[in-house]
Structure formats: structure tokens, C-alpha cells
Design a binder for this molecule. Structure first.
Ligand code: NAD
Length: 332
């Protein structure tokens, strides 16, 4: 099957090429992201493969349809960037990689917590400068702290277990019941989670309901000095409200791997550019904010699994098999 890969970096090509030795798809790699104006590159490819910051809105999907595209293969679990209803109307099927490594994302959330808490990033730079002072490096024991997990799906569950492993009390909110986890974790409503948690970590998808789940009202309900971690999707957090929370020292720490306007920033080397996004530049000035560039998924294991599942999804489509990882428009 001919596949057009958009938004590819060297690391995408490395893992895809390795795994493709067993699939033998005919792959075209494009550095550029998928947009209405770049959809023409998909000409003569039945499958288009995209990542989280590619555009798959109605206009782009129509442009893909014009090029004869039949399958949209997402190299991600989340599909909030795809107009699923429009794809359904156009007869473009969608497949995704529902779970590649929940450990990768959950462990990255832990890395962010430990870095923000124990300030190892500051210590690293200091020591390299010959500064061995401990001033302003005080952290806190994680043991016995309350961690609030919003969304206890695949990643949220792994994260909850990790935090219980370091002696935290874990509470959670998820509209879907999880009988297994309920034996170990207390499920509470959101206001209770906000008011009880020392650390809040987001692991729910971005939907109409969860958009800005962390807004001014939520921040006001939180404990003074709370640590907020977002490795899920940028749109879950009203960044302006969090910046206010940081300025008023209501929020004590903010770790973000995702950002609501990350599309034109993350994954790119902008070190020589003037960054036009004033919210991210403001966030970059806080000593208690840690930003990573949507890298929570980025482990060898996850990259291999993403490649395997994507190429298998495409083969299943080519062979007319049932699509195990299909994203189905449910509002029909
Ligand atoms: P999942 O579908 O297994 O779990 C999501 C959970 O969120 C479900 O249990 C669902 O019931 C719950 N949920 C839905 N609406 C909710 C709400 N209003 N409040 C609280 N919980 C709600 O998904 P997952 O594999 O655990 O992934 C979670 C999210 O992590 C994805 O949606 C994606 O956005 C993000 N993610 C980020 C990266 C990264 O690299 N940063 C990588 C993979 C996934």
C-alpha cells in the first residue's frame, strides 16, 4: 500500500523503516504538516498517515478525498484533531494507535513531578557553573501526599499505580467506573479532587466536556501551592487562568508536555526565531514551570509499537479485514 507520511522527523523515519522491513509498504515521507494546502502531496496514495499537530479538519479531509485518499492512519491515540463526522461523510476511514506505551506517558508525568519538586534541572545547571549551593532547592517528600488523577484509562491507571508505589494517597475522577482501580483508589467528584490534591495530573482525552477542565474556577478550588501536571492535551487547560494562578502563587508548580497552541511550536527548533506566542513565552519565565515539547510518548518501545500498529492497521485495510483500531463516528 502507498502511504503518505506527513510531519515526519528523522526519528519517525528510523522506526518506520525498521518496522516496514516486515510489511513492505511503499512509503513517501514528507517533513511538512498536513494542511489544506499540502494535501495535494497525498496524490496517488490511498493512505495518509498523520501525527497530533497535523490538521484533519473538514477542508483538509475534502482535499484528501480529491486526491483519492481512503484511509487516514493516525500515529497517535488521541483523535481530537480529526473531524471524524466529516471523514465518515466522505467515506474516509480512520485508524489509530490506541495504546502504544502507557508507561512512557505515565513515567514522563512522574519525571516532571520529580524535576519540579526536587529541582534537579536547576541543580544540574548550577553544578556545571561551579555553584554547589542548596539555596532554593528544597523539595518535599512525595510519601503521604495526595495525588488527584483526572481520567483513569490506560495511562491514568499506570500513573496511579506509580504514585501509590512511591507512597502517595491517590484519589481519582472519571465518569467511567473502573472496578479494579476502585479497590485501591478513592473516586471523588472534581471539586473534591481539586480541593484535596497536592498534585493533580490530567489523563483524560480532550473532548467538548473536558475542554478547559482546568479553568479559573477549578484553580480557585485548588490547594495553595498545588502542583499541576498536564501530559494529556493542551486544550484541557485554560493557560491564561493557570498563568494567573502562578502569578498569585496559588499554583506552586506547573508541568506541561502539551500546550493549547502547540501546533506551530512543538517539535520544531525555534532557537533562532522570535517566538510570537506570548503565553508560552510567559510560561517560560516562571522558575516553577517545566515545559517539555510533547515528548511524553517518546520512548524506543512506544516508537516501535506506533510503527507496528500503524503499518498493521494499513495492511488490514489493504486486505479488507476488520479494522481493530478504527475510529468510528458514533453520532450517526
Ligand atoms: P483512555 O481512553 O484509555 O483513558 C481516558 C480516560 O479518560 C477514560 O477512562 C475516560 O473515561 C476518561 N474521561 C473521559 N472523559 C472524562 C472527563 N470528563 N473527566 C475525567 N475523565 C474522563 O486514554 P489513555 O490512553 O489513557 O490516554 C489519555 C490521554 O493521554 C489521551 O487522550 C491523549 O490525549 C493523552 N496522550 C498524551 C501523550 C503524550 O505524548 N503527551 C501520549 C499519549 C496519550
Amino acid at each position: 500500500m502507498r502511504i503518505a507520511f506527513f510531519s515526519t522527523k528523522s526519528y519517525d523515519r528510523t522506526y518506520m523503516n525498521q518496522v516496514n522491513e516486515e510489511f513492505d509498504h511503499d512509503i513517501s515521507y514528507f517533513d511538512t504538516g498536513l494542511r489544506p494546502s499540502t494535501a495535494v502531496l497525498a496524490q496517488d496514495h490511498k493512505t495518509v498517515c498523520i501525527f497530533v499537530n497535523d490538521q484533519a479538519d473538514a477542508e483538509t479531509l475534502e482535499a484528501l478525498k480529491d486526491q483519492g485518499v481512503e484511509l487516514l492512519a493516525l500515529r497517535s491515540a488521541g483523535f481530537n484533531h480529526v473531524d471524524v463526522a466529516k471523514a465518515d461523510e466522505l467515506g474516509i476511514r480512520i485508524v489509530r494507535v490506541p495504546a502504544y506505551s502507557p508507561y512512557a506517558v505515565a513515567e514522563h508525568a512522574l519525571a516532571m513531578i520529580l524535576t519540579l519538586n526536587r529541582k534537579t534541572h536547576l541543580a544540574y545547571s548550577r553544578v556545571r557553573d561551579g555553584n554547589f549551593s542548596l539555596e532554593r532547592l528544597t523539595g518535599f517528600d512525595l510519601r503521604d501526599k495526595t495525588v488527584g488523577v483526572i481520567g483513569t484509562g490506560v495511562i491514568g491507571q499506570v500513573f496511579a499505580h506509580i504514585m501509590m508505589g512511591v507512597g502517595c494517597r491517590v484519589i481519582a475522577y472519571d465518569p467511567r467506573l473502573n472496578e479494579d482501580l476502585q479497590k485501591k483508589v478513592e473516586f471523588v467528584d472534581l471539586p473534591e479532587l481539586f480541593s484535596q490534591s497536592d498534585i493533580i495530573s490530567l489523563h483524560c482525552p480532550l473532548t467538548k466536556e473536558t475542554h478547559y477542565i482546568i479553568n479559573e474556577g477549578a484553580v480557585n478550588q485548588m490547594k495553595d501551592g498545588v502542583m499541576l501536571i498536564n501530559t494529556s492535551r493542551g486544550g484541557l487547560v485554560d493557560t491564561k487562568a493557570v498563568i494567573q494562578g502562578l502569578k498569585h502563587q496559588k499554583i506552586g508548580y506547573f508541568g506541561l508536555d502539551v500546550y493549547e497552541q502547540e501546533e506551530n511550536i512543538f517539535f520544531e527548533d525555534l532557537s533562532g526565531a522570535i517566538i510570537q506566542d506570548d503565553m508560552i513565552t510567559r510560561l517560560m519565565t516562571f522558575p516553577n514551570v517545566l515545559i517539555t515539547s510533547h515528548q511524553a510518548f517518546f520512548t524506543q518501545e512506544a516508537m516501535t509499537k506506533i510503527a507496528k500498529t500503524t503499518l498493521q492497521n494499513t495492511r488490514d485495510f489493504e486486505e479488507g479485514k476488520e479494522l481493530e483500531n478504527e475510529v468510528v463516528y458514533s453520532d450517526k
